[in-house]
Design a binder for this molecule. Structure first.
Ligand code: BMA
Length: 324
């Protein structure tokens, strides 16, 4: 494993990054970033990209590639647009989960409503036709993803509501994907000088491993020069996804390359999707860089888990107690 400033590099940027930019789009767009990702049956990688137009409104557009790196086939027009009334300022930051019981993909996304950003869900089998579930978490709430199967008979949704106490990751449960309750605080933003003080949110959906659900989450550091969006790791129990087993002390991926440090919003690395290679270990994260373009970085699930074990900081902040 290579090192950067003495720290292990858990992710390697693809040499052709950024792999997708606005210039690749078949119709006029301002920027493309924060894609959800999935490997379809047959191996094709599908990215559901957030695409921003010159009004500042976003829609989602699908790009497909056999190798997940290049030769993308991009839909000729927007794939999924905001509902003109309920999502009038657009749809952002999709996270895709294949729902084992439903045999469908669920897309959790940020719906920009008149009341601010909230969490909405849609189901699809082919990323061409969508069944909208509408807003499931009212504003201010974003950074949502479903778990692929029910926990104790209920669907489980990670999301990030904002309150006076900060922006933390919550887990909520539903019998039908529409009515949500049994809310649990599962990952708190730290305080003070920490890289993930005050504001955290999941990045891609949780990654199932033999050790537990691996969460890659973003932490936001507010500085005099603007916000820094970096990625850290935590682990949750497979049968009790509200129970945090480990949390890394430092970030493991952050803005360094010029396309990550320069753009509409500088110093942002924001993955919303991942795929896993045929070996079951190679992890590809697809991320928005500086809210402008899309990068690909590759790591090893095994190495991230070993790093987490060696750099676990659970003792240095307060974890919410597991539910009885
Ligand atoms: C977050 C989200 C992301 C965005 C990031 C940096 O709050 O809105 O869509 O990439 O800010 O601007």
């Amino acid at each position: 494993m290579s090192k950067h400033r003495g720290y292990p590099s858990l992710f390697t940027r693809h040499p052709t990054n950024p792999i997708l930019t606005a210039n690749d789009w078949p119709y006029p767009v301002h920027s493309v970033f924060n894609p959800g990702a999935v490997r379809l049956v047959g191996g094709t990688t599908l990215l559901l990209c957030r695409v921003e137009d010159r009004r500042g409104h976003s829609h989602l557009c699908a790009a497909r590639s056999a190798n997940g790196i290049d030769s993308w086939i991009i839909d000729e027009s927007p794939t999924f647009q905001g509902d003109p009334v309920d999502e009038l300022w657009g749809v952002e930051d999709p996270r895709i989960t294949f729902m084992e019981d439903l045999g469908k993909y669920a897309v959790a996304y940020t719906a920009f409503t008149k009341g601010g950003p909230g969490v909405a869900l849609a189901l699809t089998e082919d990323f061409r036709k969508f069944e909208r579930c509408g807003l499931v978490m009212q504003p201010d709430d974003k950074d949502a993803a479903l778990l692929p199967r029910k926990v104790d008979g209920e669907f489980a949704l990670l999301h990030r509501p904002v309150s006076d106490t900060g922006a933390h990751v919550w887990l909520s449960f539903s019998p039908d994907l529409r009515n949500w309750g049994s809310h649990r605080l599962i990952l708190q933003a730290r305080k003070g000088a920490w890289w993930d003080a005050n504001k955290v949110g999941i990045s891609p959906p949780l990654i199932e491993t033999s050790a537990g659900w691996l969460m890659l989450y973003h932490g936001v550091r507010t500085t005099a020069g603007g916000c820094l969006y970096r990625i850290g790791a935590a682990l949750f129990a497979l049968d009790r996804p509200d129970r945090c087993l480990a949390r890394g002390d430092s970030w493991i991926f952050g803005p360094e390359a010029s396309y990550e440090t320069i753009g509409d919003v500088p110093n942002v690395t924001f993955p919303c999707g991942y795929t896993v290679g045929d070996d079951g270990d190679t992890l590809h994260i697809y991320y928005g860089a500086a809210d402008t373009c899309i990068g690909l970085a590759t790591g090893s699930i095994r190495e991230i888990l070993s790093w987490l074990e060696a750099n676990d900081s659970l003792t240095s902040y307060s974890i919410p107690p597991p539910h009885p």
